[in-house]
Design a protein around this ligand. Structure first.
Ligand SMILES: [Zn+2]
Length: 59
């Protein structure tokens, strides 16, 4: 996936598991694996910042 600002290829900076809908019993619990993508172009204004977030539903 590319950086929306400069078009350069991004790299996955970190991944973590996120749980949403856990607060109320009526809400369905959704477990997501989130990957944060950072720009690796030093001349981009968003260099080393998270430019995209990918969420993959685990269950
Ligand atoms: Zn960029």
């Amino acid at each position: 996936m590319n950086c929306p600002f400069c078009g350069c290829l991004t790299k996955i900076e970190r991944g973590y598991v996120e749980v949403s809908g856990d607060d109320s019993p009526e809400e369905e619990t959704v477990v997501l694996y989130v990957q944060e993508l950072c720009c690796r172009n030093p001349s981009c204004s968003s260099f080393r910042q998270v430019v995209r977030r990918i969420q993959n539903r685990i269950r």
